[in-house]
Write a protein that binds this ligand. Structure first.
Ligand code: PBG
Length: 328
């Protein structure tokens, strides 16, 4: 009997034709490695949950970066974890000293973005300052503090400022502050589509940044996005672009690939995607239980992120990307 069905299996028949049909090839050059530097430590500490992730000291981070460079990593996203907590009069010396030490040692061989948020600085763990009744997070006041912080990081040598606080207008405030002070060359990677996600848990352990369970402010839902509302992610991202963001971001990754694809269609700016701590831990825990191959799963996730429209991938396994891609 003659078979008239349309045959797609010819394109899957062997590795040669599959390569020709593939739309996406990963490169280690598009990866950003997160780094944690914790002021309370005297020795680096391995994370229990995030395999291969460490909290470093200002000294040990230099060795970590050196090793990462040898593995083909050149872009980093720094999370400073200071010991002091504040409600006003924030001090950012630990973060700025960390940036300065890293850039003094490595200069332009690396690109250093620094996360910009107050959640590791505030006594209550929220990403902004509160009103006196402690019932609301104050937008304008927080933006002013963040813009000052951004300027200090730029002066210390940061190549990029990555605001993750989710206040309205912070990108504009930061851009103006940087430009007025001669730092127009410092880029802004905005966490422009950051959802109030349940996948940040392991990160908050590492950064000691969980919001305190004050009755009025139990979670981050008054500033991070409602995951039922995709339109907000587009509106806020386009707003951040108009305020001067150079790179937009979608975070977390897998549950939000629809947002990533839509944003790609609406903005010509490069988009980064953040495969966050909970998503990462899920893969690693499955692998620990013998259920999947972690490396293969990460490659699959990264490929999906790129296919959906990302041009930069923030992954806790970025330091293995080159090796995994080459051996694939
Ligand atoms: C700080 C910040 C968070 C993450 C990045 N920057 C946590 C949060 O918003 O609570 C999460 C990253 C991850 O889970 O890997 N605001």
């Amino acid at each position: 009997m003659q078979d008239f069905s349309i045959n797609y299996r010819r394109l899957r028949a062997n590795t040669h034709i599959r390569d020709l049909a593939a739309e996406v090839f990963l490169s280690h050059k598009e990866f950003i490695q997160p780094l944690f530097v914790d002021e309370s430590l005297t020795e680096r500490l391995a994370s229990d949950v995030l395999t291969g992730v460490y909290s470093d000291t200002q000294e040990s981070i230099l060795t970590q970066i050196e090793a990462d460079i040898l593995r083909g990593v050149s872009k980093f996203l720094l999370f400073p974890v200071p010991t002091s907590r504040y409600t006003t009069d924030f001090q950012f010396d630990f973060a700025t000293k960390t940036v300065a030490r890293i850039k003094e040692k490595f200069g332009d061989t690396i690109w250093l973005a620094c996360d910009l948020c107050l959640c590791s600085y505030t006594t209550h763990g929220h990403c902004g300052v509160l009103n006196t009744a402690e019932t609301r997070i104050l937008n304008t006041e927080t933006c002013h503090i963040l813009a000052d912080y951004a300027l200090e990081l730029a002066k210390a040598g940061a190549d990029c400022i990555a605001p993750s606080d989710m206040m309205d207008g912070r990108v504009g405030a930061i851009r103006q502050k940087l430009n007025k002070n001669g730092f127009d060359f410092v880029a802004i990677m905005s966490y422009s589509a950051k959802f109030a996600s349940h996948f940040y848990g392991p990160f908050r352990d590492v950064c000691k940044s969980s919001p305190s369970k004050n009755e009025n402010l139990r979670d981050r839902k008054t500033y991070q996005m409602d995951f039922r509302n995709g339109a907000d992610a587009l509106l806020s991202s386009l707003r951040d672009a108009a305020e001067g963001a150079d790179i937009l971001m979608v975070k977390p990754a897998l549950p939000y690939l629809d947002i990533l694809t839509k944003l790609k269609q609406q903005s010509a700016l490069p988009i980064a995607v953040y495969h966050v701590s909970g998503e990462y831990a899920a893969i690693e825990l499955m692998a620990k239980n013998g259920l999947i191959d972690a490396d293969a799963a990460h490659l699959e996730v990264w490929t999906a992120c790129k296919r959906a429209g990302a041009s930069a991938i923030i992954s806790y396994k970025a330091r293995l990307a080159k090796q995994l891609i080459e051996n694939n």
